[in-house]
Structure formats: C-alpha cells, structure tokens
Write a protein that binds this ligand. Structure first.
Ligand SMILES: *Cc1c(COP(=O)(O)O)cnc(C)c1O
Length: 354
C-alpha cells in the first residue's frame, strides 16, 4: 500500500534525492568509490560542498557578507553556540514553544535573558517589544511541536537570530534582516546529521570570553566548514534537495505548494465536525498542522489513528507534549498525500456519524 509520510523530523525527502544519494553511496561522482568512504577533502566532495553553499545563496538570495556553514551537533548545539559567540550581558528571546524554551535555558548560562511570551504556546506573542539594550534577539520562526509560525521578517532594531529548522526554504525571507539563521536539516532539507548556519560575518568578535575552537563560528567560517570532518552524506543529500527545489521553481514555488497543501488540510479540519485545530487561526503553521478531535468525539482519537495508519498515513500522531494529531507538510510532501489524508478524515466522519 502507498505510504504517506507525515513525520515531523526526520521527515520526507524527494524520491529523487533518495535515489541520487543511494546511487552515490555505490559510486560517487564516477570515482568508483562510495560516498560513505571518500575523503571530505577530495576534489569531488569539495565540489559538492561549494555547490551546496552556492545553492543556499542563490535560492535564499543571501547578500554579500554572509557565510553558509554545515556543522554537526544539530540545532540544539546552536542553542549554546549562539550565546557563546554573541552574548555580552543580555539577550531577548521570543519564547514560542518547546524548542525556544530549550534555547532560553542555554542562553541563561551566558547572561541575562529577557523573555517574551504569549499566554500560551497555542498563540504567538503580538506587538512584540524588544528592549534596545540587548546584544541580540532570538526567534523560532516555526514552532514544530505546537504548529504556530511567524510568516514575516521582523526588524527589532537589534541583531536578529532565527532558528528556522522547520520552515527554511518554505517562504521567501529577507536574509539581510537576520544576523544568524540556523537549523537542523532533517525537516526540510536532508537526513539528520547536518546543521546549516547562515551567518553575517561582521556580527562576530564582539565578546571577550574565550570560545572553544569547535564552538567558535569564526573557526568554521575561516575553514569553509572543513575545520573537522563535516557530515559528508547528509551534505550530499542536502545538495540534491536544493537541486530538486531549484528545478521546481525555488522558494517561491515551495511557498505556493505549502499554502495549497495547508489550505486544503486546514479547510477540512474546520469543516469536519469531528476535528478542530489547536492554535489561533492567524498563527497557523504551513509546515506542521496540529489538530485534535472535538470534545464530543474525543473517545475516537485512538480509533482514528489506527484507521488512518491502516490507510497508509504515517507519522500523524501529535507530539507527546501536545497530543492529538500533527501532519507535517514539508516541501517534499506531495499534494496528493494531503488529499489522501483529507479523504481518510472524510471516510472516518462517515463511519462515526453514520
Ligand atoms: C527539530 C528542531 C530542533 C532540534 O533540532 P536537532 O537538530 O534535533 O537538535 C530545534 N528547533 C526546531 C524549531 C526544531 O524543529
């Protein structure tokens, strides 16, 4: 049976990416050697990492003066690297959920944190006021777990750092407004193992503390992400995903697809008497669509999950901290998977309300 992959991360990748990566695992760039066993300093891999950086710059229209890095450690490592490299005394954090809460925890090891929050994580904070005396402000653009998303580029008048793990390449952004953009690649880009960092070069060098070599962004800028061995296989897969995106029309086309898929699913959630959305409508994410069963049908939740799974819907169980359901509709998820999920919701409606 056809499987529809709604996992939140690691998550679906284009078929073509899996195919090309599998091919390279057998014979990489005509070398007769596997991608898994070539030197990261070989001419052939150097070519891949350079082209991947170039595609980042091209697809996101990254201006001059920025570097694109590929590191290990996940987005979670960035929670510490950001304050290590940028915080003198104080930073502001817009806390919109589980991931930003973890970022706040690390930042507090380095100085004072001014936290900005809504009453709960089902809403985004509005009319955000960032104090002018902070070294930077940190934002999580898409809240993967609760399903909220900021869809605008802010200008708070202080350096801006964004965790874009789960919505990078899904909408056009004005990179010049950001000083650092980072994310784990396993949501919209590649298998797990590589973290991308887009960094404005002149934001560095302002703190007095000593920074361990591997945690210092400057090390990785100076060495072109080759100070130590970078995650070769995930970088290759990311390269293939970027080629796929470019061929499909780039970020603008990805956004159109995302809006179409999200509209389709949110419309069904709003129409179907069995279900309801969990977050404020104006804050709804285009990438992680969260919903529960209406109170009078709550006892059917397990039954729906089993019903949907049996019909090939994989990974729609909500995060353990929220419950209900979550369908992740990342760039490479085809529209037909969302159509299939909507159909299953309608079939279940008929079954319950017969
Ligand atoms: C998944 C995720 C993370 C954590 O990423 P790791 O690579 O597992 O450390 C951080 N922030 C956001 C917004 C995420 O979606």
């Amino acid at each position: 049976m056809k499987k529809h992959n709604f996992y939140a991360g690691p998550s679906i990748l284009p078929k073509k990416v899996i195919k090309e990566t599998a091919k390279a695992l057998k014979n990489f760039a005509g070398t007769g050697l596997s991608l898994a066993s070539i030197s990261h300093r070989s001419k052939e891999f150097d070519d891949v990492i350079v082209k991947t950086q170039e595609l980042f710059k091209e697809l996101l229209e990254i201006p001059e003066g920025y570097s694109v890095l590929f590191l290990g450690g996940g987005a979670s490592m960035q929670f510490a690297m950001v304050p290590y490299n940028l915080m003198k005394t104080k930073a502001a954090y817009i806390n919109t959920g589980t991931w930003s809460t973890k970022a706040v925890k690390e930042a507090k090891l380095f100085g004072e944190v001014h936290e900005i929050k809504a009453d709960d994580f089902f809403h985004l904070p509005k009319n955000i006021n960032v104090p002018k005396d902070v070294d930077y402000v940190h934002i999580t653009t898409n809240n993967t777990i609760y399903g909220t998303e900021f869809k605008e580029d802010f200008d708070f008048g202080v350096p801006l750092v964004a965790d874009m793990s789960s919505d990078i390449f899904s909408r056009k952004i004005d990179v010049s407004k950001y000083d650092i953009i980072y994310g784990g690649a396993q949501k919209n880009l590649a298998p797990s193992g590589v973290t991308f960092v887009i960094i404005k070069n002149d934001i560095l060098g302002k703190v007095d503390r000593k920074i361990p070599t591997m945690l210092n962004y400057q090390t990785h800028i100076d060495k072109g992400s080759m100070f130590n061995t970078p995650p070769v296989i995930p970088i290759y897969a990311a390269y293939q995903t970027l080629l796929w995106m470019k061929k499909k029309g780039g970020v603008e086309a990805m956004n159109k697809r995302a809006v179409k898929k999200a509209d389709l699913l949110y419309n069904e959630i709003d129409r179907n008497p069995l279900f309801k959305g969990t977050v404020a409508k104006e804050d709804r994410s285009l990438m992680n669509i969260c919903f529960v069963m209406n109170d009078e049908y709550k006892e059917h939740e397990q039954e729906f999950l089993a019903f949907a799974t049996e019909k090939g819907m994989i990974g729609i169980k909500g995060h353990r901290s929220v419950g209900g359901f979550r369908a992740s509709t990342y760039n490479s998820l085809p529209l037909k998977s969302v159509k299939a999920l909507v159909k299953v919701m309608q079939q279940f409606e008929k079954k319950v309300l017969k």
